[in-house]
Design a protein around this ligand. Structure first.
Ligand SMILES: [Mn+2]
Length: 356
């Protein structure tokens, strides 16, 4: 297994590539969506939800270009790292795939274009989250050990979403007032089915794995919209809809452990045994929806070492990234939190390798 670090768009600097290397990473996972345009304190790298979500989505007419992707890969390789995955499509480019809106056909073409460009740029994985409401409804507080600031959930959130919003970002600031009508779970699965039918063949041809993140938080519905993968067994449904080497998982241990059904070790075994993990979000948590808190990696409900042993047993050879960590109380809360998680992960992997 390989150690990686995830970086947000505004962090794609040589200094942060070096930070990743220093913390033991060999691989990077990169977010190209800018979640922090309206953030008053981007230093914490913790977007928080309001009615307006994380802020405004990107430019609908500007897809990530091949040149941009190649330049990014080159800059990362120049620091001795590999670019393993891009995490998340920009809602500006595909909102009508999620919403089944008037631009749906055009937005499916956008996704195909982005996937083909990843293939051409030699980036092996595209992570995505097929979710109408996205990551929302979380609270922030001093929940983690020693009063470290982390996120969690403190009860359901079912306020309907305003029009012009998808995946917790605003794609149309001029949208009329009003709220998005609810749809059924069956309708959401039908939209996913159509998405996979169109995109998986393109991903196969491009040599790119599509990696689905489970719902964060994994509630059956949020903001009056259904969610897709909110129990461990629903991941199997997603895989079985379109069996293909390109139909894979962005396997988030935290979100999976927050689910009310199943057992995290059986879940890890079930999906890693099938070779379906594109990469892993290696984070820990205490509690389950709708009441849970994110914790330091060594301090939650999941026995992370046991997870690693199962992954090894099933031959998982991909990348692990910390995903999120609590913010440590110092001048660099995000970096310190990540460095702590990376040190833990590196020690765990070394100990696993040397215990044969
Ligand atoms: Mn995750």
């Amino acid at each position: 297994m390989k150690l990686g670090l995830g970086l947000y768009r505004h962090m794609l600097t040589r200094e942060n590539f070096r930070f990743a290397r220093q913390a033991g990473a060999t691989h990077l996972v990169v977010h190209l969506v800018d979640y922090f345009k309206g953030a008053h304190n981007p230093r914490d790298n913790q977007p928080t939800g309001t009615d307006q979500g994380w802020g405004q989505a990107g430019d609908p007419d500007k897809l990530w270009s091949l040149e941009e992707l190649k330049a990014l890969r080159n800059a990362i390789e120049a620091e001795g790292l590999k670019l393993e995955a891009i995490e998340n499509f920009d809602p500006a480019h595909w909102h009508d795939v999620l919403l089944n809106g008037p631009k749906r056909t055009h937005h499916l073409e956008n996704v195909k274009t982005v996937v083909r460009r990843l293939g051409q740029a030699g980036i092996p994985i595209m992570g995505y989250n097929f979710s109408i409401a996205g990551v929302c409804g979380r609270v922030t507080g001093k929940f983690a050990r020693g009063g470290a600031v982390s996120v969690g959930m403190d009860g359901p959130l079912d306020t309907p979403m305003p029009l012009g919003m998808a995946w917790n970002m605003v794609y149309d600031p001029q949208a009329p007032r009003g709220t998005l009508p609810s749809i059924t779970h069956d309708e959401l699965w039908r939209r996913l089915n159509d998405f996979l039918a169109e995109i998986v063949p393109v991903a196969e041809e491009a040599g790119v794995k599509l990696a689905a993140h489970p719902d964060d938080p994994p509630m059956p519905s949020m903001r009056s919209q259904p969610r897709l993968v909110y129990q461990p067994a629903l991941y199997q449904r997603l895989l079985d809809l379109k069996p293909s080497p390109a139909n894979c998982l962005e396997f988030c241990l935290g979100s999976l452990a927050e689910m009310t059904d199943g057992n995290i070790y059986e879940t890890v075994d079930q999906y890693s045994r099938q070779g379906k993990l594109a990469y892993v979000h290696f984070r820990n948590v205490t509690g389950k929806v709708p009441y849970y808190k994110e914790t330091f990696v060594d301090d939650g409900d999941i026995d992370m070492l046991r997870v690693l042993r199962i992954l090894k047993q099933n031959g998982y050879d991909g990348v692990l990234i910390p995903d999120h960590t609590p913010q440590m109380t110092c001048e660099a809360p995000w970096h310190a939190g990540m460095a702590y998680a990376m040190g833990y992960m590196r020690a765990a992997l070394q100990s696993l390798d040397r215990s044969d």
